[in-house]
Write a protein that binds this ligand. Structure first.
Ligand code: GRF
Length: 228
């Protein structure tokens, strides 16, 4: 029996994506254990959620550091202390540098609230609400040195309604973030993901088995599998 994959979750805000991961971890459906939660914001709601579930909650305040590199070097030390296999950025609003990326090459993923490459950056939902596309959504992707740029693992699309404001659209996107992020982690934990250049492969790709397709209010590609 392979030991469970150990994930370190980085948050900056309320931590609703973290909560989705905690719920799946506690239900033993994530395929991974959360070994630590780290936030650049000492007041982040995500740290309170971690504490409520008896997880190590570390406030690592970027204001205490002169440079991004110094901040990231300490982040690496913390993540190694907790023996992290995979870094999950779940609403983490800091740019990371090669100081963090290089030691965790290919082992950092991020959830972004747009259908990348559309609407990169820190205001994706507002930018989408202003642009009025017919479809918006969210993306789980690998983190590389460019912002919101690494190979894409899974995406979910949701409709943009004519009367949507930013909050309404963000809420609709968020419901799917809470499903595709744990799904991506489960696939990684089950060693079903491989990457060739920008192409991410899921094997086996059970999309052809209708039994695994849910009736979801969104297009999810690759389709979600039980219990997500
Ligand atoms: C989410 O839409 C996330 O993608 C963005 O911030 C929002 C809140 O995330 N970065 P959370 O509730 O802190 O997980």
């Amino acid at each position: 029996m392979r030991p469970a994959m150990r994930i370190g979750v980085l948050v900056s805000g309320s931590g609703s994506n973290l909560q989705a991961l905690i719920d799946h971890a506690e239900a033993r459906t994530l395929g991974a254990d959360i070994t630590c939660v780290v936030s650049n914001n000492p007041d982040a709601g995500g740290l309170d959620r971690a504490r409520a579930h008896h997880l190590p909650a570390i406030a690592h305040n970027h204001r205490d550091y002169e440079s991004r590199e110094a901040y990231d070097a300490e982040m690496v030390r913390i993540l190694r202390e907790y023996d992290v296999d995979l870094i999950v950025m779940a609403g983490f609003l800091r740019l990371v540098t090669p100081t963090l990326i290089d030691p965790f090459e290919g082992r950092i993923i991020n959830i972004h609230p747009s259908l990348l490459p559309a609407f990169t950056g820190a205001h994706a939902q507002a930018d989408a609400a202003a642009f009025r596309p017919r479809i918006a959504g969210c993306t789980v992707h690998y983190v590389d040195e460019q912002l919101d740029h690494g190979p894409i693992i899974i995406q979910a699309a949701v409709p943009v309604q004519p009367d949507d404001d930013t909050d309404a659209l963000a809420a609709r996107i968020l419901t799917m973030e809470h499903r595709i992020l744990p799904q991506a982690i489960r696939w990684l934990a089950d060693e079903r993901i491989s990457v060739q250049g920008r192409q991410v492969h899921l094997t086996p790709d059970l999309a052809h088995n209708a039994g695994f397709a849910h009736n979801v209010p969104a297009l999810v590609q690759p389709p979600l599998e039980n219990p997500f």
